[in-house]
Design a protein around this ligand. Structure first.
Ligand code: ADP
Ligand code: MG
Length: 321
């Protein structure tokens, strides 16, 4: 047995439900259930760019899969299979054990089977490809929003950005406050059940990885629409709420990334149904505004004054890729 093979057997071979042939051959084999489409997506995490190289490996393992499950949720697809391509500078057993524990905790919670991958020496990079299933014609896309749709967010925004800012010394937070918001950064909860429930309800959906304004912007661009938002209706965590008078926090709420909440649009006739769904799923959802046929995004405060979203950091925060 080569050491690599041994390593894969030890750390990356778990139960593989819904799989015809799993880890161990040249390729895995899966069957897409009749009447379904395969939804496929990939997300890569690079040490130093997407996480600190010395970050807790459990969190890195969790997040590398969670961000991919979030993409499935945003499509209304049920995440089922994943592959994992790993570049490792060296084989560190303790790191691998924790990484795989985090990865499989997330896999078990969301019913995803790891069915293959690749392992190579190189600068620490984690690339996960995810595959899910969605009934034909029921996928949620970015381009389906209609004028006058309600715009919803599945949970609090800005918490992950605040944790990152505090860890980088850009925002003062005491230890307890940082502990309270760091879960949002290190262990995001993909809104998988919500994504499935929205199949027959929402007109469009996206997950918020790059910030509300940037990601809602993708829906609006794909749908040829604009939007009016009410800042005060955006769900906040208790920490961001405490500091929300601060314009830096407002920027994090509007433009900070990494929250992995869903942003979706739906007809106003579905308002009560969606609110009930949010309660059933234990989410602090918020209906934050409406789409309109005129393009552009405006954000209004409680007194109906327009916020300067350029100043709020829209440009500063939005990444070019
Ligand atoms: P090959 O040389 O054919 O690419 P490998 O030796 O790279 O085969 O991989 C052997 C088996 O282990 C394959 O089934 C592959 O999908 C799986 N595998 C390799 N690396 C990983 C990994 N990091 N996680 C999960 N499965 C892996
Ligand atoms: Mg290989």
């Amino acid at each position: 047995m080569t050491p690599e093979f041994d390593l894969i057997a030890r750390y990356f071979t778990h139960a593989q439900p819904n799989t015809d042939l799993g880890i161990g051959d040249d390729a895995a084999l899966i069957s897409v259930p009749p009447g379904h489409q395969l939804a496929i997506s990939a997300d890569m995490l690079v040490a130093g760019t997407h996480f600190f190289a010395d970050a807790d490996p459990y969190g890195i393992g969790w997040k590398s899969l969670a961000v991919n499950i979030s993409d499935m949720a945003a499509m209304g697809a049920e995440a089922r299979w994943a592959t994992l391509a790993l570049a490792l500078p060296a084989i560190e057993e303790a790191w691998l054990a924790e990484f795989s524990r985090g990865f499989f905790a997330c896999a078990a919670q969301f019913g995803v089977a790891l069915i293959g991958g690749d392992t190579t020496r190189g600068p620490l990079t984690i690339s996960v490809q995810i595959m899910g299933t969605v009934p034909q014609q029921q996928a949620l896309t970015r381009g389906g929003a209609q004028p006058g749709d309600d715009i919803w967010i599945s949970g609090p925004l800005g918490t992950a950005a605040l944790a990152l800012a505090a860890m980088q010394g850009r925002y003062p937070l005491d230890k307890d406050a940082l502990a309270e918001c760091s879960g949002a950064l290190h262990q995001p909860q993909p809104r998988a059940s919500l994504g499935l429930a929205l199949r027959q309800i929402a007109h469009s959906a996206i997950d918020i990885s790059d910030g509300l304004l940037a990601d809602l912007g993708h829906i609006l661009q794909a749908s040829g629409l604009g939007a009016d938002l009410r800042f005060n209706d955006i769900p906040l965590s208790s920490i961001t709420r405490q500091h929300v008078a601060d314009s830096a926090i407002q920027s994090m709420v509007l433009a900070g990334g990494d929250d992995y909440e869903l942003c979706f649009t739906a007809p106003s006739a579905r308002r009560e149904q969606i609110a009930t769904l949010g309660k059933q799923l234990g989410l602090s959802m918020g209906m934050i505004g409406q789409t309109r046929s005129q393009t552009g995004i405006e954000v209004y405060d409680a007194d109906d004054r327009r916020l300067d979203i350029q100043k709020a950091g829209f440009d500063h925060f939005s990444q070019p890729y």
